[in-house]
Design a protein around this ligand. Structure first.
Ligand SMILES: [Zn+2]
Length: 676
């Protein structure tokens, strides 16, 4: 599977022993003494951060000691003329053809966020050294099966904080934020690949290919948790979404294993702060903002790199405000131990992948919309701003319907696509389903509205469950639930349920992490930031909704129901005003668009809304049994397959159970927006 990995010329690094005032100390020669005998001593035993030249001489010593386990490569020089390095660790005696693929660790792309690189040096050393962790079974297995790629993408920002410089810098020598510099699909706010560092990393990522898990380790300002996990949302199918959620949950457990808890107690005493180990959510959930052009978003791009990447912020490792270039050993020790928890969780999970199943309760249909958004449809690329022509427009052909098709790859009871004309002709009978999903468009095909809404209303009144999302919410007026002007849309930063109400309500079951965001904007072309906020969030006037008998399980703004249910006859109408909008061409999107950007919270809310048993369900005739007749659907292919499916499901459930650790989330607890 590693066929695309080309082993490039090994650049043997000849580095002079650093001179001058930079006494970390790091071992550059086997005979050099360090307090704990390590090449990179633990931060508690160090005098300052590891310097760039120390990083190199330590790696050179590792390469000399373990030539079959590590190699260094210079990918090119930075804008400031410094070398951009990748360090690869793997057992090189095992042929590439026998490797499972590649894992990615990006370190301190923001040069003033030291945690990533401080952790990486020590990780690399102890995974190779048999007297440290190198003889552990899982470490040997990881190095046997995988190639780990550790990139150090911002040497300018790093070296600017060293003797002769001033302070560590977020950007490179040009002051450019390299983590906004990648050619992601969707809305582009920056100028991708303007910096040569990004060009090097981009070429490397594409050249290597076959990526699996990845982590991008950052630093943030003050927080009450030692680290915050950021799920940067792209087009994540259910398997990718859950794989990343599992990664995040695993870090929580590992924080104890690597001693972060004990150190936190000490740190709490020193700072007088109440600190916890770890929490996670989307970038917006955690930090209140989103970003276009981040490397981990790019890493996750389907059909391009298709990695499974996550980002993490180590608290108080963004040195802008706090201790710029002042080395606090215990704080850096917390950072290094946190990075151990993150990276080692990732490596161990790579050895133990889980196949996830999306449990669908009942027989569900979704109303198909043939609409596609293409670069060459009648309105062209749609974009009419002043950036036309800056980058060559790449082709795209997207549809939000891809979400359902992808979901069916993992659904235990796949959703059925139905079409408006078939319902109107009688070829499709809504009553054969428990639940019907109508998304974004109240009537995607045709304009004979009266029989269409009459059919929907009859389905609900007889006992069916109608799930309305996004721009389909105006159907509420057609069904007579509320008046037309009680339903409205507002543009926001992302799609989200800002506050969940009634934690015990079944529609709010199984929420994990810091839950708020339901879809992301960048991959599907929506802009954000100040008056650029454009993500459609559909809402119902809460008073009107509740006067109609509706329950509000989530709001977005005062008096605005965005999530809830209302009984109608024997059935239910459930609404979620932000889940799966059409991709838009309004923003600048030279690298194309993706189909959808549903978050892990979005998947959970949809799953909860699908839980329904239609008492009036008409069982299909002709097949010997209806959709609810399991015996008719488990034919002669035998119990083996069903048992295997159950096992997969059980594994998925086990992971989901473990994820329910967090106390009731409240988006209002989010810190103010900050750059991290
Ligand atoms: Zn950062």
């Amino acid at each position: 599977m590693l066929a695309t990995l080309t082993v490039v010329t090994l650049a043997l690094v000849e580095v002079a022993r650093p001179t001058g005032a930079w006494p970390t100390p790091v071992k550059c020669d086997e005979a050099d003494p360090t307090p704990d005998g390590r090449i990179y001593p633990e931060p508690l035993l160090s005098l300052t951060y590891v310097g760039f030249d120390e990083f190199l001489c330590g790696m050179a010593l590792l390469d000399e000691t373990y030539p079959d386990l590590i190699e260094l490569e210079v990918l090119g020089t930075s804008e400031g003329g410094n070398d951009v390095y990748v360090v690869r660790t793997t057992d090189e005696t095992i042929p590439a053809s026998q490797k499972q693929g590649n894992l990615y660790v990006q370190n301190s792309i923001h040069g003033n966020e030291t945690a990533g690189r401080e952790g990486a040096f020590r990780n690399i050393e102890e995974m190779l050294d048999p007297d440290l962790m190198g003889s552990l079974d899982w470490v040997e297995q990881v190095l046997d099966d995988w190639v780990i790629h550790w990139t150090f993408p911002n040497p300018d920002g790093w070296k600017s904080g060293e003797p002769g410089g001033t302070t560590y810098a977020r950007g490179n020598v040009n002051g450019t934020d390299l983590n906004r510099n990648y050619p992601v699909k969707g809305w582009i706010s920056g100028t991708p690949l303007s910096e040569v560092e990004s060009v090097h990393i981009d070429e490397y990522l594409k050249q290597v290919g076959d990526w699996y898990l990845g982590t991008d380790n950052h630093g943030q300002g003050p927080d009450t948790y030692a680290a915050a996990g950021l799920q940067i949302v792209g087009q994540f199918d259910y398997q990718k979404s859950e794989t990343l959620a599992r990664f995040a949950d695993g870090i929580t457990e590992a924080m104890t294993e690597y001693g972060v808890h004990a150190l936190l107690d000490e740190l709490g005493e020193v700072t007088g702060t109440d600190v916890g180990p770890y929490h996670w959510g989307t970038l917006y959930d955690m930090l209140g903002y989103s970003a276009s052009g981040s490397v981990i978003d790019y890493y996750n791009t389907p059909d391009l790199l298709d990695g499974f990447g996550f980002a993490t912020e180590m608290t108080l490792s963004n040195l802008n405000e706090l201790h710029q270039n002042v080395f606090v050993p215990i704080l850096t020790q917390v950072h290094v131990d946190s990075v151990r928890a993150i990276n080692y969780t990732m490596f161990q999970q790579a050895l133990d992948p889980v196949a996830f199943t999306y449990a669908v309760d009942g027989d569900v249909a979704y109303v198909f919309d043939p609409l596609r958004v293409r670069h060459d449809d009648t309105n062209g690329i749609g974009y009419e701003g002043d950036r036309d022509g800056e980058y060559e427009q790449q082709p795209y052909d997207v549809s939000r319907m891809q979400f359902f098709e992808d979901l069916n790859l993992y659904a235990d009871n796949p959703l059925t696509a139905i079409r408006v004309p078939d319902v109107l002709s009688g070829a499709t009978e809504l009553a054969t389903f428990d639940t019907v999903i109508l998304n974004e468009d109240p009537m995607p095909e045709g304009d004979d509205t009266e029989p269409w809404f009459a059919a929907l209303e009859e389905f609900v009144r007889e006992g069916g469950n109608l799930v309305l999302t996004d721009g389909a919410l105006p159907a509420l007026a057609e069904l007579g639930v509320v008046a037309a002007d009680d339903v409205f849309v507002a543009p926001h930063y992302v799609g989200s349920v800002e506050t969940f109400l009634d934690a015990a309500h079944p529609l709010n079951a199984n929420l994990r992490g810091v839950a708020s965001q339901t879809y992301d904007t960048v991959p599907i072309g929506y802009t954000f930031g100040g008056n650029l906020d454009s993500a459609p969030n559909w809402k119902v006037d809460q008073a009107a909704w509740e006067a109609a008998g509706g329950t509000t399980t989530g709001v977005h703004g005062d008096g605005a129901t965005i999530y809830g249910e209302v009984p109608l006859g024997e059935g239910r109408v459930r609404i979620l005003g932000a889940l799966l909008p059409n991709p838009t061409e309004e923003g600048y999107h030279p690298f194309g668009l993706l189909n959808y950007a549903v978050t892990y919270t979005g998947y959970t809310l949809l799953q909860n809304m699908l839980t329904w048993d239609n008492p009036a369900q008409v069982l299909d005739v002709g097949g010997g049994g209806g959709p609810d007749d399991d015996s008719a659907q488990t034919p002669t292919t035998g119990g083996g397959l069903a048992a295997a499916a159950l096992l997969v499901l059980a594994a998925g459930l086990a992971v989901r159970q473990r994820g329910r650790w967090r106390v009731w989330p409240d988006a209002r607890d989010r810190p103010a927006r900050q750059d991290a």
